[in-house]
Write a protein that binds this ligand. Structure first.
Ligand code: ADP
Length: 712
């Protein structure tokens, strides 16, 4: 089968001026006039004109002088036979004065013939046909008549070529119109099913066929599968149809799904797809069966293969038909590309819609002036409104924000408004709102979606009221419990102190030791309760700073004094580096002392005998990048505690500020609760500052607090 398949190149055009099948009525009329005039010129009753057909091997009589109402017999004769054959071969006129004496003459029909004259029709050196006249008499033609007929034949050739040119132009105009119509109808359809039907039905107006199929290409599986087909009921052939008899017309829904690999070398369709080139398969005999002519053209747009169009019929396809089908396939490929893009877009939209409707988070899209463009059902539920009611409304209006409101109350809402105005991202923020008169806490985040045409913002909202309430309840509960524990512990400490002082009587050595251990234990417990109380107060929003104008030198001196004895006992040197005229700060002295206490006691705990702990403070220009333009003072305080101790390995440095986090095996018998650094971070952040650590295992650690608390 593959032997019949060939590549087709556009250059292979048939000489259009030689077409016989389907010659136009205009040409037949011209030919009819030619025979009439030639008959009159020679004064004969029999005159005919024959033209070469497309195969260039057969002459077909297309016009003849005949009796009124008589139907023309389209006589066909091969180029190598008869009088016309001789004229075609020699390209010169021939007179046979007595046909009965000349072998070249073959009588056709019943009309008696005595003598005959035949001249070639030659168009620019190409033989295109013959003009023949005959008479019942012998010797009816002489040299003069030959010359007359030859001159007449030249005029006749001009008339024939003009008629043919006119016919070709007309046909091309019709095809162009059909292609334009087709281009309009296939490029306007975005529904795949309608597109396949349009391609097949429009194609029928260009090229006749018995069967056509649209195959699509599945890239992943590298296979082609049929999606639409057109059958016309075949009359006589072939076995290919018989199993599949069905009505004529397009089928696209219940197509017998046929698929095959792109690399199937027995299929014209696969070959056309694999080579991205049209393929022709001439009709032929395959054993008992008659196989049909096949024409397959790939749908290729911007180098991408979308599918293949296959046509089948009994007659072979010619190059002009191939060119037409190829043009149509190019148009169809562009249309298929549009359909694929549209389908992709539709799938994306459907997926997006599914995400929006099924999401339990409220999701909204904000457009110009931060007005709602689209919201999902969950968003409506968060705000207790119908989603449709929100469309077009300004976001800040829905959040119930008025600029004149108290700054403290609307700090978070201000941040939301700022993010929307500046089209910036707002990672996650919790805001307290009144929604339909009920106080609610919402978790909000804003993400700008930037596109060349417009900027949209994605707002995600979640009702966190119950989570927040639960966290507050937990913090309140913890705060209450720790508070309740503190009072009896105070009493225990007091009684232990009294006993140790000997108020209740002299203690022997052992009793004193027991009492001292109990006192150390209860002190440890007291410190833990203090830390827990602080953390729970911060969680429930009860922790407030009591700021005043302070001298940092004093705060440092107090903290160092508290722990000086411990340092001395451990053989560690304590160094303080701070200028005497250090500027005053506006900060909470008690809390800052707590920060220093925690940092210094950690430093002492993790430093070996002979080591050093340094507490230093200095003023520094703020990093330009982190500076907020609204802040007036460009300077910050750096408060640092560094030691020459065991250090912290990098993977733990990030986490040591988390609550209850302790470096595994890092305590080395130095017990703690993992709250000290969390409290340091909390207090520093309450002062709008930050804390960082730098450490090298085996060489020591440095904790640096940055505080923007200088008095301007
Ligand atoms: P703890 O009360 O357990 O010390 P912290 O929050 O104060 O809790 O410290 C967390 C962990 O960080 C400690 O368990 C310790 O492993 C490590 N760490 C803190 N300060 C230092 C330091 N100066 N040197 C080495 N490790 C330290």
């Amino acid at each position: 089968m593959t032997a019949n398949i060939s590549f087709i190149h556009d250059r292979q055009f048939v000489n259009n001026t030689t077409l016989i099948e389907g010659e136009s009525q205009e040409l037949v009329d011209v030919l009819q006039k030619i025979v009439q005039n030639a008959g009159a010129l020679l004064d004969v009753q029999n005159c005919s004109v024959a033209l070469l057909d497309a195969t260039q091997t057969t002459l077909v009589t297309l016009a003849a002088l005949q009796k009124q109402g008589q139907r023309l017999r389209q006589t066909r004769f091969q180029l190598n036979e008869g009088v016309a054959g001789w004229v075609a071969e020699h390209r010169e006129a021939l007179i046979i004065n007595n046909v009965s004496l000349d072998q070249r003459f073959k009588r056709l029909g019943r009309t008696p013939v005595g003598s005959i004259i035949c001249v070639p029709l030659i168009d620019k050196n190409s033989f295109i046909g013959t003009l023949t006249a005959s008479s019942q008499e012998i010797d009816a033609f002489d040299e003069k008549k030959v010359r007359m007929l030859s001159i007449f034949a030249e005029q006749a050739v001009l008339a024939i070529t003009n008629a043919r040119r006119a016919e070709i132009s007309q046909r091309q105009a019709n095809q162009l119109e059909t292609l334009m119509h087709l281009s309009r109808s296939i490029t306007t359809s975005l529904e795949p099913d309608i597109l396949y039907r349009t391609i097949l039905s429009e194609l029928r107006r260009l090229v006749p066929y018995d069967l056509s199929v649209v195959y699509l290409y599945r890239e992943g599986a590298q296979e082609l599968y049929s999606v639409a087909e057109w059958y016309s009921i075949p009359v006589d052939v072939s076995t290919e149809y018989e199993e599949n008899k069905r009505d004529s017309g397009v089928k696209s829904v219940y197509v017998q799904r046929e698929s095959f690999s792109l690399y199937d070398t027995h299929s014209v369709v696969a070959l056309a797809a694999a080579h991205r080139h049209p393929m022709l398969h001439a009709p032929g005999q395959n054993g008992q069966d008659v196989t049909l002519a096949e024409l397959a053209t790939p749908f290729v747009s911007k180098g991408l293969l979308y599918g293949v169009l296959l046509l089948k019929r009994k007659q072979p396809f010619d190059s002009e038909e191939l060119r037409l089908v190829r043009n149509l396939s190019t148009l169809a490929a562009a249309a298929l590309e549009n359909v694929a893009l549209f389908q992709e877009m539709r799938t994306d939209q459907e997926q997006l819609h599914a995400i929006l409707t099924s999401s339990s988070d409220g999701i909204a899209l904000l457009g110009v002036n931060a007005c709602f463009v689209e919201v999902n059902a969950a968003f409506g539920q968060v705000f207790g409104v119908e989603p449709q009611q929100v469309i077009g409304m300004e976001c800040m209006e829905l959040l119930g924000y008025a600029e004149e409101e108290e700054a403290d109350y609307c700090r978070e809402l201000c941040m939301v408004q700022q993010a929307l105005n500046k089209e910036e991202a707002l990672p996650y923020i919790e805001v307290d709102l009144q929604i339909q008169g009920v106080p609610r806490s919402l978790g909000l985040s804003i993400t700008p979606i930037v596109s060349p045409e417009k900027t949209l913002s994605l707002l995600v909202a979640r009702d966190v009221t119950s989570i927040r309430d639960a966290a507050r309840m937990k913090a309140n509960f913890l705060s209450m419990i720790t508070h309740e524990l503190r009072s009896p512990l105070n009493a225990i400490n007091g009684y232990l102190d009294l006993t140790l002082e000997g108020i209740g009587g002299e203690l022997n050595e052992q009793q004193r030791e027991f009492m001292q251990r109990a006192r150390a234990g209860s002190e440890h417990l007291y410190a833990l309760i203090e830390d827990l109380l602080l953390a729970s107060r911060a969680d429930s929003g009860q922790l407030r700073l009591s700021r005043e104008i302070i001298h940092l030198q004093d705060v440092i001196a107090n903290a160092v004094e508290e722990l000086e004895l411990n340092a001395r006992d451990q053989g560690i040197t304590m160094v303080v580096e701070i200028a005497k005229d250090f500027p005053r700060l506006y900060a909470d002295a008690v809390r800052l002392q707590q920060v220093l206490r925690n940092l210094i006691s950690n430093a002492l705990r993790f430093t070996e005998q002979g080591g050093q702990v340094t507490v230093s403070a200095w003023v520094e220009d703020r990093d330009a990048l982190t500076m907020d333009s609204s802040d007036e003072d460009t300077r910050v305080i750096k408060l640092q505690v560094s030691d020459t101790g065991i250090g912290i390995v990098p993977e733990h440095q990030e986490r040591i500020f988390e609550r209850f986090y302790q470096v595994p095996d890092g305590s080395n018998g130095r017990s703690g609760q993992g709250l000290g650094l969390a409290i340091v971070k909390m207090i520093i952040e309450l002062h709008n500052g930050s804390v960082t650590v730098e450490s090298t295992p085996g060489r020591g650690s440095t904790f640096t607090c940055t505080l923007p608390c200088l008095l301007s």
